[in-house]
Write a protein that binds this ligand. Structure first.
Ligand SMILES: Nc1ncnc2c1ncn2[C@@H]1O[C@H](COP(=O)(O)OP(=O)(O)OP(=O)(O)O)[C@@H](O)[C@H]1O
Ligand SMILES: [Mg+2]
Length: 257
């Protein structure tokens, strides 16, 4: 279980541009939940993910993973629990390395390195099996440089790489935003498949209200650092895209966006 307790986040404290984004913010995400997060630009979605990953400081509160405070956890232990896919397909992979080398790097996340070869050839078959999940034929291109792949192929690879080691949480920040509609749909379906097959707890930020409505088992809408809608289970299933859009527009008008 992931718990955010009483979080306060202030950007640029003590300066003229000081901005309190989260003020006593709470959120509990249960094991196995697939949470979609929607909200207007600047509502705090990426900041929330950064706080969960421990990558930005907070003024007050605690983030607990399985009851353990991440602030007191060594970085590598935290990283071992969390996989992250970014909006930019270039962020999660190294273009000058081959698919095999990229997979090997991801495979060695959190491990110490000895004076052995960087690439464990015996893992080749395992990587091929993992890539085959994607159904994009990448398992037959292990020795191709990743920079030669399309954005969609790279994002699919990034997704598999981030879930290669036994993580608990998958963090997705607009990971389909840079892709064409068809590729975005494929990556979304793959995401759903990977989350289910690997029994992950997932948090996905998206501006696509249809994805938020169709995928996952919980949905929150954020505005100005607050949760303004939280639907789970049957309530989430009964939430239509139209209802989401209406609420989104109502909030935007109220906020003058
Ligand atoms: N490093 C930073 N320094 C100062 N202010 C920041 C910083 N990062 C974010 N902010 C501010 O915090 C607010 C929330 O930003 P955040 O990036 O979390 O929003 P978001 O919901 O992810 O938006 P988007 O949909 O555009 O990605 C914004 O007002 C933004 O200007
Ligand atoms: Mg963002």
């Amino acid at each position: 279980m992931l718990e955010l307790r009483n979080i306060t986040k202030i950007y640029n404290p003590g300066t003229i541009t000081e901005m309190c984004l989260f003020d006593s913010f709470d959120l509990v995400v249960g094991d196995g939940e697939f949470l979609s997060i929607v909200g207007s630009n600047g509502s705090g979605k990426t900041s929330l993910l950064n706080i969960i990953c421990g990558s930005i400081p907070i003024e007050q509160g605690e983030v607990l993973i399985g009851g353990d405070n991440i602030a007191k956890m060594q970085d590598y232990k935290r990283y071992n629990k969390i996989g992250r896919v970014y909006q930019n397909p270039a962020m999660g992979t190294c273009p000058h390395l081959t698919i095999l080398e990229n997979m090997s790097l991801a495979d060695n996340k959190g491990k110490t390195f000895g004076l052995t070869s960087g690439i464990n050839k015996s893992r080749r078959k395992f990587y091929q099996e993992q890539l085959a999940i994607l159904g994009l034929g990448l398992e037959n291109k292990l020795d191709i440089k990743v920079g030669l792949l399309s954005g969609g192929q790279r994002q699919a690879l990034a997704l598999i790489m981030s879930t290669l080691t036994p993580i608990e949480f998958l963090i997705l920040d607009e990971h389909t935003a840079a892709l064409d509609p068809n590729t975005a749909e494929i990556i979304m379906q793959l995401t759903d498949k990977v989350v289910k097959e690997k029994k992950l707890t997932a948090m996905m930020v998206t501006h696509n209200l249809r994805y938020a409505a169709e995928y996952g088992n919980r949905l929150i809408m954020m505005n100005s650092g607050e949760i303004v809608l939280d639907r789970a289970g049957q309530d989430k299933l009964e939430t239509s895209i139209d209802e989401l859009l209406q609420l989104f527009n109502k909030i935007s008008i109220e906020c003058g966006n």
